[in-house]
Design a protein around this ligand. Structure first.
Ligand SMILES: [Zn+2]
Length: 449
């Protein structure tokens, strides 16, 4: 285990860290305790933390002043939790149209300056969210928590293949860890690079940890299996930014013999849930966000039920997001056997537009893992687009067109895994395009509603 930076001459162990590192370690000390709190205590603390945020929103954020007045909700004279949970949900469209009305007129002292949390628009609705240096600090603390939970060797080499970066070699792993530790180096490559170029780069860099989007990792692992490529030092794959394909863990295990650790995050709120150190499900980061999973009637889902993800940020005083429905759906899990009281999400399902609509009007998130077609033909990637309740277009990235017999077998296999004899129209493409933010969706329904 690496020792933290120390700033007192002659003192290395135990370390006496500089102020920013000391704050970060103080936060980890608290997070290590709070993770074991029972759910009721966690909820109590969340509501305590919510009180000053709601007063602040009511006093300095025009959008909420109006919204609270319309709902006859007055957090300045105390508030009942039940009243908070009846406030209308905040949609992406509202964030988009509210613009500056959602931004505070006065950031409290010591929250630092305003920072932009970028905008993302995989559903064609880009939103801009502001945070503060405090918000950023909490985001970093959760990234460091993820490393500590999964016992990563911080002195090792990290490779990241992602958007918005240029190829580079850096001294450390990034601000979350650099504040406390002198970590090993990290190397970066832009995700737009061709898969074979990425794979050659990975072999050359030979990282201990690899971070990228799930669809990109899946393509890399499949290509490694085809070409027999090994990445000798690799010990763990880390994923973020998309829903996890059903066969990703299995494919990484076969290709490289390594586990996959996923993070559920969104640019506008940073980390939402981290994968449990002992299981494949996720723990909501309840110290930073209050997350509700709501059914169609707006009631909290029970374990086993799937509902909309609704997020309240507890520390963003720059642009508070209160009961924000980010468009995702997730399945609530049973309490975790690991003993942590942090709420469990069993699966992250993606968005409504990733749901298959059956002719009888029912919807579900389809699963069509690679086993569906690998025995039939060499298909690099597929994407299904549903145009009507009975018609689906299958885009296939392939080098050689399928024979009529392969086409028939492929269509039958697909109909079987989708659970209905859809009319399936095959389209050969060189490459499957990604959305503007480079996220990849393997199923898109164009049926509204
Ligand atoms: Zn757990």
């Amino acid at each position: 285990m690496l020792l933290p930076h120390s700033i007192v001459p002659g003192i290395g162990w135990p370390a006496m860290p500089p102020p920013v590192g000391a704050s970060m370690l103080a936060m980890q000390f608290q997070l290590q305790q709070s993770q074991w709190l029972p759910p009721e205590t966690l909820r109590e603390r969340q509501l305590q933390q919510l009180a000053p945020l709601l007063r602040h929103a009511s006093e300095t954020v025009p959008f909420y002043r109006q919204r609270f007045a319309a709902a006859r909700f007055d957090p300045c004279s105390g508030f009942a939790a039940a009243a908070f949970f009846q406030l209308p949900l905040l949609t992406r469209a509202e964030i988009q149209s509210a613009g500056d009305a959602l931004v505070t007129s006065k950031l409290p002292p010591d929250h630092g300056k305003f920072l932009s949390f970028g905008s993302s628009g995989s559903t064609g609705q880009p939103i801009k969210v502001l945070g503060s240096e405090v918000t950023h600090f909490f985001g970093s603390a959760l990234t460091l928590r993820d490393h500590l939970w999964h016992r990563r060797d911080l002195s090792a080499r990290l490779a990241a293949i992602r958007t918005k970066i240029d190829s580079a070699t850096l001294q450390g792993w990034g601000p979350a860890t650099d504040a406390v530790y002198a970590t090993g180096p990290s190397v970066m490559l832009n995700i737009a690079s061709d898969i074979d170029v990425q794979l050659a780069w990975l072999r050359e860099q030979n990282p201990d940890y690899l971070l990228s989007h799930p669809s990109n990792i899946l393509a890399l692992a499949r290509r490694s299996l085809e070409t027999g490529t090994r990445i000798g030092n690799l010990r763990e794959v880390r994923t973020f930014g998309e829903t996890l394909p059903a066969d990703l863990r299995d494919t990484c295990s076969k290709a490289w013999g390594v586990p996959v650790t996923d993070v559920y995050s969104a640019e506008e709120v940073s980390t939402i849930a981290l994968q449990c150190p002992a299981h494949e499900h996720y723990h909501v980061q309840a110290e930073n966000l209050l997350v509700e999973i709501l059914d169609a009637g707006g009631q909290p889902c029970a374990p086993g039920q799937v509902g909309r993800v609704v997020i309240t940020t507890l520390h963003n005083f720059a642009m508070p997001l209160l009961r924000y429905a980010n468009g995702d759906y997730a399945e609530v899990g049973e309490p975790c056997p690991c003993g942590r009281g942090l709420p469990v999400l069993k699966r992250i399902m993606g968005r409504q537009r990733n749901m298959l609509v059956l002719p009888d009007g029912t919807r579900h998130w389809p699963s069509f893992p690679a086993e569906t077609w690998t025995g039939i033909a060499l298909i690099r990637q597929i994407q299904l687009v549903q145009h009507s309740p009975r018609r689906i277009e299958a885009r296939l990235a392939i080098d050689q067109p399928l024979t009529p017999e392969q086409q028939q077998r492929f269509i039958r296999a697909l109909q079987e895994s989708l659970g209905y004899p859809f009319e399936i129209e095959l389209r050969h493409v060189q490459q499957i395009e990604r959305s503007a933010n480079f996220k990849y969706e393997d199923f898109i329904s164009l049926i509204g509603g």
